[in-house]
Design a protein. Sequence first.
Length: 254
Amino acid sequence: MGYVDLAGNCLLSFDRVYIRVEGKENPFPQNRDLRTLFSPKASRVLRVLLLNPFKSWKVQELREKAEVSLGQAANVKKLLLDREWAEEKNVGFVLAQPEAVLREWAANYNYRKNRSHDFYSLNEGLGFESALSDFCSRHGLRFALTLFSGAARLAPHTRFQRIFAYVESGIEKVRKALELKAVASGPNVTLMVPYDAGVFLGAIAYDQIPVVSPIQLYLDLKSYKGRGDEAAEFLFEKVIQPSWSQKQITDSGK
């Protein structure tokens, strides 16, 4: 039986024709390990690790913090060790190369995997953010600013007129209460239903308004076309890297 693949390997044998080519590598490799490592549940584990780099973790403790199964946490540990991004210690395992993990994750991440809803609001800027925060708080809806709205609080780099926020559910309630108009173009408010609740891990309130963790913010910015990449690198330089350096000093002194 003959065959041919997209790399150019083939076996053609018929009549007086015989052509055989072997050994050409797959030009479209699919790294199953990476897909597994950056899956929704596994990424919860990564968020916990990246928010606490250089800390020694037991799998049981890690799975409780990340709210995943024991098997999921153990699998992430194995994948990290296989790639030499983590190291075994006497008291657990440590994420040894947080920057390599974060940058590889960013290369495999796109904020558009979240379900976006675009709106136009007459109430812009800080006024809308406060109104949205108050409404979500009163109705028990998990919410956090992200992208340029979050970056404006953690590491201001560029002015951006559009508001971005994660809202776990109740988008229609929010739309009606805040008098938002759904639009196909020119939105000044984008509310995103997260692909996984893990996006809220490590969220911190700034001026009483929750913002996603610096790790989630970096991922979202890095995948945003335009000036998102610049804002992400500014955030890394001003917030994430100094935080990691301080944690490394603290953990090494224990």
